[in-house]
Design a binder for this molecule. Structure first.
Ligand code: MUC
Ligand code: MG
Length: 367
């Protein structure tokens, strides 16, 4: 089926509980809904979450890049031409979130055309995935209360703790409090979003190890190459590349230069096609992957879930699927559900979620 149109709809929904971290904060989901419509009327959807402090893209830049560069080159192709679409988008550097949304919306439309779930097309490993939640900057009491509430209501027992503040002591005290006050089987890992220097991260290692942290994401800027390599050599906790490894090329360079031991995979940057390539690279090199979260809405989460469930390596450990719980509302008609700490892939075709048109009307900002 021919791709007839690619629409971009900017919208804004507040966060009831904003997320703060070393590189920025999210108070409002000022995202872009991307819709790909085919000649037989199938509509593929995807969410594009701008993260200016991570990738340099904004809501306006995502709309303009898709409208002015990608859509004119892609409209008219067949919805099954996924690698041609990847090749076209690759001619433009960066803009990973804009590229990701087009890729996901095309996969969604393709799977809907075939009448199957995206997850089964990608690999079909499992129908559910354990959930991890990201805790933003907070005090020990706030962090423990939030984690306890998530465990009680949803059974979530894995938490990524945002660190990277100055002085480092407050984050170490937070991680230690979570370890001491939460049940012993709680999985804890940390993400500094480049907030510390390599030396600060090295100084933090003994206490993070003592708290049983299972991984340490973007401890310092990967551009601090010598320091980062020294840290990775020192650390018994796996160092995970996230914003330093958006593409397979970045992941290969970072892993082979010794800057990290594992990589985070995020469908929001680069889509399913890029995620598949990063996963293949990690598999070949024998390194672990973590399914990350771009502070996603339910639509974005459904894409992460579809990918996470589709492969053995990504379904094996908790995936970051729950931060939409912090939003005041969403665009989705039927909410995703977390039961006993797991999220099940919705049974519908494509990524399996449907937009509530009345909500889209309420939250869109282009009228
Ligand atoms: C994360 O893992 O870093 C924060 C910034 C961003 O781009 O993604 C989030 C989560
Ligand atoms: Mg991260």
């Amino acid at each position: 089926m021919r791709i007839e149109s690619i629409e971009t709809i900017p919208y804004a929904i507040d966060y009831a509980r904003p997320l703060r971290f070393a590189s920025g904060e999210v108070l409002v989901a000022d995202h872009v809904l991307v819709r790909v419509t085919t000649s037989d009327g199938v509509v593929g959807i995807a969410d594009a979450p701008p993260r200016p402090y991570t990738y340099g893209e904004t809501q306006a830049s995502i709309v303009a890049t898709i409208r002015d560069r990608f859509a004119p080159a892609i409209v008219g192709l067949d919805v099954s031409d996924r690698d041609r679409i990847r090749s076209i988008m690759r001619r433009t550097v960066h803009n990973d979130v804009a590229k990701g949304a087009i890729d996901i919306a095309v996969w969604d439309a393709y799977a809907k055309t075939l009448g199957v779930g995206v997850s089964s097309l990608l690999g079909g490993w499992s129908d559910r995935v354990p959930v991890a939640h990201m805790l933003g900057f907070c005090t020990p009491d706030e962090g423990v209360a939030e984690a306890e509430e998530l465990r009680e209501r949803h059974g979530i027992a894995a938490f990524k703790v945002k660190v990277g503040r100055q002085p480092i002591e407050q984050d170490l005290a937070l991680v230690e409090a979570l370890r001491e006050r939460l049940p012993a089987d709680t999985v804890l890992y940390v993400d500094a979003n480049r907030g510390w220097s390599a030396n600060q991260a090295i100084a933090a290692l003994p206490r993070l190890e003592g708290a049983g942290v299972i991984s340490f994401e973007e401890p310092c800027d990967a551009a601090e190459a010598m320091g980062r390599r020294r840290l990775a050599q020192h650390s018994r906790i796996p160092i995970v590349g996230d914003e330093s490894v958006p593409t397979p090329g970045d992941a290969a360079r970072e892993l082979q230069s010794g800057g990290c031991h594992s990589v985070s995979i995020k469908t929001a940057r680069g889509g399913f096609t890029n995620a598949t390539q990063v996963l293949g690279l990690a598999d070949g090199l024998g390194v672990d992957v973590f399914m990350g979260n771009q502070i996603d809405t339910q639509l974005g989460t459904a894409a992460t879930l579809a990918f996470a469930a589709s492969h053995e390596a990504t379904a094996a450990r908790p995936a970051e699927l729950s931060n939409y719980l912090d939003m005041a509302d969403d665009l989705i008609a039927e909410p995703l559900e977390i039961v006993e700490g797991r999220m099940r892939v919705p049974s519908g075709p494509g990524v399996g979620v449907v937009i509530d048109e009345e909500k889209l009307d309420r939250y869109r900002v282009d009228r």
